[in-house]
Design a protein around this ligand. Sequence first.
Ligand SMILES: Nc1ncnc2c1ncn2[C@@H]1O[C@H](COP(=O)(O)OP(=O)(O)OP(=O)(O)O)[C@@H](O)[C@H]1O
Ligand SMILES: [Mg+2]
Length: 250
Amino acid sequence: MAKIIAFYNNKGGVAKTTTATNIAGVLSLENKKSLLIDGDPQGHASLTFVVDSDQLETTLGAYVISGWTAKQASEYFIKINDYLDIIPSNQTLSDFIVQAAAEPNEVRSKHLLNFVESVKKDYDYIIFDMAPAVDIVLENIVEIVDDLVVVATPETYAVKNAATTLKITDDRNVKVRHIVPTKVQMNTNTHQFLLDNLRELAEDHDIKMTDTYIPNLIAFAESVTLYQLPVSLTTDMRYKKSKIVLPKFG
Ligand SMILES: Nc1ncnc2c1ncn2[C@@H]1O[C@H](COP(=O)(O)OP(=O)(O)OP(=O)(O)O)[C@@H](O)[C@H]1O
Ligand SMILES: [Mg+2]
């Protein structure tokens, strides 16, 4: 049965997509059958793998609007390698959010549950890359997630948003299991200080901060530009030399 991990923060630009796509890449290299679901109308997880989802009809939003299960949609999943499939997203996911807003709570929060249930036995991991929003997709995610990973950069604004995010998830009884610090520059006092703040925040909410931080490296952006892949799936020797170690989940 797949473990469902969602990468979330209601702040934008903290590396949710970069973390989700790289972790999905690592899991596939470990021969763990993984399904990466782009849960953001911006479609950035899709774009990481050169899937320009704007014109696509086979997207998450279209599936949930039509009431399709993931099993029914599976022939349209994009295969990245033997162990990694992707479901792209585009603005149709926003249409779903608007449409579902009119539904009663108990109906509107169950769309993703109904969607993923049919393929949970086909995958080891289902990874969601989420939008920086408190919306119906988040309402749906909290119904299904095993590990909601709060992605946070050690910057004042992001630490504040991590606190807000944890309040939101506490209120909704989400089993948040981790904070993962990203874009970390350990050679700065500011980042060291704010990492301590993040660690205290994690302790206050009785959750873990990962021991492994994702460093601030241009390689993360460059590999998408040069290779249309997350750095974890590229073979460029320069990146190997950077010895990027990603946190483990699951
Ligand atoms: N570890 C890193 N080191 C340096 N740059 C990074 C790192 N991770 C991500 N970036 C860059 O930071 C920017 C934001 O990253 P990303 O799109 O993953 O954030 P996000 O949280 O998904 O944003 P959004 O809220 O818009 O979905 C991108 O330009 C990305 O290339
Ligand atoms: Mg993103």
